[in-house]
Design a protein around this ligand. Sequence first.
Ligand code: PLP
Length: 358
Amino acid sequence: MARIHNFSAGPAVLPESVLQQLQSQLFEFGNTGIGLMEMSHRSAAFSEIVDTAQARVRRVLGLPQDYSVLFLQGGASSQFLAVANNLLQGGVADYLDTGTWSAKAIKEAKRFGTVNVAFSGKESGYNAVPTDWDKSQDAVYTHYTSNNTVAGTQFPGLPASHAGLLVCDASSDIASRPMDYSKIDVVYAGAQKNLGPSGVTLVTLSPAAQERAAASDAPTMLKWATHIAAKKQLFNTPNTIGIYTLERVFAWIEEQGLQAVAERNTAKANALYDLFDGSEFWEAHALPGSRSQMNVTWRLGQRDLESTLIAQAEAAGFSGIKGHRSVGGLRASIYNACPMDSVTALVDFLSEFERSHG
Ligand SMILES: Cc1ncc(COP(=O)(O)O)c(C=O)c1O
């Protein structure tokens, strides 16, 4: 069966060339006589994969050598806990509540100190991200979610100002556009949207974040210092196939350049937002200025038509466009590896649906 148009929010579509490389290395990695999943994480071949992956992450995100690059497990959800456990130490942190995932991060942080919810978009259905907020004088750090996967909002760039260290959950927009990631003290991202399969979580730490975290009493596996100190930053057995895939995805990004990837992302998102802004049949959920280029969320003016549209879309080969259960409506996740062709086909399909039902 041919591959269909995949708009899944994650795990999500991966570059076909990466899938093919993965396939070819599974049985025998290079000339080692051993398959990718069968070799020791301490072997020379795997050490090279880790070195290359770390170097690519640094190049694409613009991180100097003194930033740590960790490939952890436990998903971004474990980092909700780890961030506060490593940094907060009884102090105060500013959190921006811009949706489902930041609310979960806030819940975990409260275990380790005082959380100041400096902004909350809850009342307005999380349809916008803030440009400014009330900052705590003594905040150890400010936590924000750069792209809100469920609501479909995104910070257009780095926050103009913040208190303390800057911490970002970048799970759903990492490496989707050129940005100075070295300005962010802690970046964490589950790989399963823009970077590879689930089961590997990228965490990058500035020297200031490393210093603060060194004094944490977090349990061994959650303590960032454990992983930083380990040989190749591999304290225990990592998700080896996940790290290899992540390395290949970063290579795919580097081949095109992040600028080209970003331009394609903008073109894909605009094709959908232009359709939704052009007719009252559709309602884009996020407000202009806050709209995500990764997860486009929308509703139909006639709510009772939404289930018909979702069913017809599935039947026509468009997978994963049902909105998250907490907000309803529709969502197209159009991460880096989602081809422009898939978006063009979806726009054509939606236009035809509007003609026959509008
Ligand atoms: C922005 C954001 N943060 C965190 C998570 C949770 O990630 P994980 O399932 O890796 O714990 C998700 C998952 O969709 C997400 O979109």
